[in-house]
Design a binder for this molecule. Structure first.
Ligand SMILES: O=C(O)[C@H](O)COP(=O)(O)O
Length: 201
């Protein structure tokens, strides 16, 4: 009775590099979403949820055009957030990264992600496939959670636009496993965007 949770980062946002807070997808982002939709087309999803932000909602709409039975719904649990702050054991090299956020960000983010984990990682008795279309930090936190890694590790787990990450629970009550992380096989090199470091693979 496996339960598969497919985590997808939204497609490339228009003007993201200029710091726009939210916006629609760029032409490249729309193409990323189309190709991801084609890749996921054969999966019998039970449900799909997306962050309410425009870049995630548009990605969900495009993916859904490839799967007419799928009706993605917005979920505030998938909103972009900062899942937690640094802890005493956080390596000092990460201090500048966390320094751009506030205690309020950390508090709200941790509460949101606790609710998101409780909702989307709960056990089901039947086979299940759920699709979540969300943000880089949110996916990093889910991966950290199932690996049992220290909280600050979410900041070091990154995904490209329309990269595919899959978490699986083989049966109710069994541990969640990381089956796939940031798989980009459906995207040609010119559509692999959204990671801070240059990458070409
Ligand atoms: O990684 C980040 O900076 C935030 O989570 C925003 O990511 P997004 O581009 O996936 O929305």
């Amino acid at each position: 009775m496996p339960h598969h949770l497919y985590l997808v980062r939204h497609g490339e946002q228009i003007d993201a590099e200029h710091g726009m807070r939210d916006g629609g997808l760029s032409p490249r982002g729309r193409r990323q979403a189309e190709l991801l939709g084609e890749r996921l087309g054969g999966i019998p999803f039970d449900a799909a949820y997306h962050s309410p932000l425009q870049r995630a909602a548009e990605t969900a709409d495009i993916i859904a055009t490839k799967m007419p039975a799928l009706e993605p719904e917005p979920s505030a649990l998938l909103f972009d957030c900062v899942p937690s702050g640094p802890a005493p054991e956080t390596p000092s090299a990460y201090a500048p990264f966390f320094g751009s956020f506030t205690e309020l960000d950390f508090e709200a983010g941790r509460a949101q992600m606790a609710d998101a984990n409780a909702e989307f990682l709960r056990s089901h008795r039947e086979d299940r496939h759920d699709l979540l279309i969300t943000h880089n930090f949110v996916i990093g936190w889910f991966v950290r959670e199932v690996l049992g890694a220290p909280e600050w590790r979410w900041a070091t787990i990154n995904q490209a636009n329309c990269g595919l990450t899959v978490l699986t629970q083989r049966a109710p009550g069994r541990p969640w496993t990381l089956l796939v992380h940031n798989d980009l096989a459906h995207l040609p090199p010119e559509l692999r965007t959204g990671l801070p470091e240059p990458f070409a693979f």
